[in-house]
Design a protein around this ligand. Sequence first.
Ligand SMILES: [Zn+2]
Length: 128
Amino acid sequence: MLIIDCPWCGPRQEIEFGYGGQAHVAYPEDPHALDDAAWAEYLFYRDNPKGIYAERWVHSVGCRRWFNALRDTHTYDIVAIYRMGEPRPDAVSPHGPQDSELVQSSVVPGTPGGASEAAAPTTHGTGK
Ligand SMILES: [Zn+2]
């Protein structure tokens, strides 16, 4: 179980918190100017890094306030917590910069042998 350090209440167990997805996804400045693909990109597409990931959490059974956390998706380590409106702190994964690389798909469309690569097991996490 994760111990999450609420910026207002201090360390609490993970079950007191709700997950809010990727942090720093800004609402489009002029949403009516977006085409369907750009609007879908804003609504549904999120980063999926192996490494440090900025995400939103809410202390649902505590102070009910939202905050941001930098969590390593590989180790589940929370490396920084900061309040809404505060800038994202610089954080380096304790396991080196290679952990911050984006997860790459092993299947490249149109390449020979793509079918056999598609059968390879994947180990994508649930993001939580
Ligand atoms: Zn709290």
